[in-house]
Design a protein around this ligand. Structure first.
Ligand code: NOJ
Ligand code: CA
Length: 586
């Protein structure tokens, strides 16, 4: 261990954030994302389902999260893994029945877990009855007006209405088959910002607005605690649908020149995103939620930057939370992390909303893989293929654990994606033949797509399919690395990733970190390698540098609450190794 910096004391500056508002659960909750098709399989068909979720709720209870968000389980042809909804009030038989949902909801509530469901309002499936009606109806009809149908340009309308590209690649317009009553422009085109099987709805149509308010009520009546709103920044398009040359990738980010406002390039812009008119929808939904007792919540999935624009979605009369993708896409660098934390807290404080934090979800490469790739960058987000440079799993897991402890120490609400509590990496060598993400197909394989982060979870090391279900079938193959990471290998094992999450979540609750104020530790306030802050009575120190860091002797009565790796030390000096985070209580 070479010349490590020594710290005289952990004095802190003035708080940069003071928690606002009340004690509603969503201001501080740690919310666990269940991706139903990959969580646990109850009936042995290789696809996770609602009975599988119910069967493993004790895992979540023991982990210590406050709430669960489930990705879509509605009736769907599964062209985009359920983000193509054919009926918003029915459960897809793949996942079970409405009764299975009710059983799961009750079992979750009995365990003190809130439940958030996914709402997909930007588009439906092409199998939705409305789209089928639109196809059968004439141009200009009321049925077509629920979607974004337009005549093409040029002779015979052969040119798409504008030049927009789909987020999954290829053109954002598809042309219908000819009909006898087509006008002079010939068959119409319809807009799909995602796959051609996901036609965009027309949110200028009052029937569309009313229908979704009723869908909210349908699930609120069943007792859900809130909704995660898919593509929340996309429903309203700029008038006239002006041309825009850019192509928005599914996810972007990690702009190396991170500016002071915390932006990383993770914002989707262009005339199809973040239009001011979208906020009327959320004001109306806020009023729908207010019809119900309890603190129900709306969470925006909005890839919007800068954070001050994102904050518009969580003004007091709109939604309750918005995912913080600027944080997710920030490189593993102390100055960049400090910047995004400051900018996030400032932007959300301005509107009285909690900040959220997230490192992984079903759309991005898991942080245990991402952070194993390069020195500083947050790594690629859109999937890793067998032919790409492969992550270093040991480094990735080490950094992922450190990043997680950093995240869980921050005030506000945090998201945990299923499997990250086991330290799972992506499957980074999936054969092309098993891939299912439409982004893989629509980009002709240029993007590996998101299947690698959606691999079925390992529950039991020595069971077929690592205990994912009763038969050993899994809809995607699991990498061998999942064996040692299976849940049963980690329960009760000191130092395992699962136990680290459990300790951190317990300490977070006891110390009330979610509602704490944040102050930076003076000695590291502009350190290139170390990020250190105090929230409530807990000091969080993360060493992102290459050299071990000497921490001061802790005053009597203080203690190490949790650490992401083994701490070294001698003669009363604690050494924090590289890529390690520790929580200390004064
Ligand atoms: C965002 C979802 O998280 C993603 O999985 C989906 O493909 C798109 N929205 C389209 O619904
Ligand atoms: Ca199943």
């Amino acid at each position: 261990m070479s010349a490590a910096p020594t710290v005289a004391q952990l004095a802190v500056g003035a708080p940069v954030h003071s928690p606002a508002g009340g004690r509603e659960w969503w201001r501080s909750a740690v919310i666990y994302q269940v991706y139903p098709r990959s969580f646990a399989d109850g009936n042995g068909d290789g696809i996770g389902d609602l009975p599988g979720v119910t069967a493993h709720l004790d895992h979540l209870r023991s982990l210590g999260v406050d709430a669960v968000w489930l990705s879509p389980f509605y009736l769907s042809p599964q062209k985009d893994a359920g983000y193509d909804v054919a009926d918003y009030r029915q459960i897809d038989p793949l996942f079970g029945t409405l009764e299975d949902f009710e059983v799961m909801l009750e079992a979750a509530h009995e365990r003190g877990l809130r439940v958030i469901v996914d709402l997909v309002p930007n588009h439906t499936s092409d199998q939705h009855v409305w789209f089928q009606e639109a196809l059968a109806a004439a141009p200009g009809s009321a049925a077509r007006d629920r979607y974004m149908f337009r005549d093409g340009k040029g002779t015979g309308g052969k040119v798409p209405p504008n030049n927009w590209q789909s987020i999954f690649g290829g053109p954002a317009w598809t042309r219908l088959a000819p009909r006898e009553d087509d006008g002079p422009a010939g068959p119409q085109w319809y807009l799909h910002m995602f796959d051609s099987s996901q036609p965009d709805l027309n949110w200028d149509n009052p029937e569309v607005r009313t229908e979704f308010e009723n869908v909210l009520r349908f699930w609120l009546d069943r007792g859900v605690d809130g909704f995660r709103v898919d593509v929340a920044h996309g429903m309203v398009k700029a008038p006239g649908l002006p041309d825009w040359a850019g192509r928005v990738a599914m996810v972007e980010g990690t702009d190396p020149a991170a500016p002071e406002d915390g932006s990383t390039g993770a914002g989707n812009n262009g005339p199809m995103f973040d239009q001011d008119g979208v906020h009327d929808i959320y004001r109306a939904w806020n009023r729908v939620l207010a019809e119900y007792d309890g603190d129900r919540a709306l969470v925006a999935e909005a890839w919007v930057e800068p954070l001050s624009r994102l904050a518009n979605y969580v003004r007091p009369d709109e939604m309750q939370q918005a995912f913080n993708f600027s944080f997710l896409t920030t490189p593993w660098s102390a100055p960049a992390m400090r910047t995004v934390v400051n900018a996030s807290l400032a932007a959300m404080d301005d509107v009285g909303a909690p900040t959220t934090w997230v490192l992984s979800n079903h759309d991005v490469v898991r942080h245990a893989s991402r952070l194993g790739l390069s020195e500083v960058a947050a790594g690629p987000l859109n999937g890793i293929a067998a032919t790409d440079p492969q992550p270093d799993h040991v480094l990735g897991l080490r950094r992922a654990r450190a990043a997680t402890l950093l995240m869980l120490g921050l005030p506000g609400s945090a998201y945990v994606y299923q499997g990250e509590e086991l330290g799972l990496p992506d499957h980074t060598a999936l054969p092309a033949g098993v891939r299912q993400d439409p982004a893989f197909f629509r980009t002709g394989g240029a993007e590996a797509g998101r299947d690698g982060c959606r691999v079925p979870l390992p529950w039991t090391a020595d069971a077929p399919g690592y205990g994912f279900g009763p038969t050993g079938d899994t809809w995607l193959p699991q990498p061998e690395a999942y064996g040692v990471l299976a849940a049963d290998q980690q329960y009760g094992v000191a130092g395992s990733t699962f136990e680290m999450y459990r300790e951190a979540l317990a300490a977070r609750r006891v110390e009330d970190l979610g509602h704490g104020a944040l102050s930076w530790v003076d000695a590291f306030a502009s350190s290139p390698d170390v990020i250190a802050f105090q929230v409530a009575d807990v000091v969080v120190v993360a060493n992102l540098g290459a050299a071990p860091l000497a921490l001061p002797a802790l005053p009597a009565g203080s203690e190490v609450l949790v650490a992401s790796g083994e701490l070294l030390g001698a003669d009363g000096v604690l050494m924090l190794p590289s890529d390690t985070t520790v929580w200390l209580r004064a």
